[in-house]
Design a protein around this ligand. Sequence first.
Ligand SMILES: [Zn+2]
Length: 48
Amino acid sequence: MGQTIEVTCPKCNKMFVAHPHMLNSGMDFHCPYCDLYFPEKESPKIRK
Ligand SMILES: [Zn+2]
C-alpha cells in the first residue's frame, strides 16, 4: 500500500486520490469533480 489510494466516483466515474486512513474510517469520500460525498461502499472501484 502506498501513501494514497485512488477512488472512483460513483456519480461521474472520475478517479481521484485520497488518504489510506479514509478506509474503514466511516468518513465519506469527496469527489472534487462533481462535489459528491459518498461512503466507501458506494465507490465502484478503489485502488489501494
Ligand atoms: Zn464525481
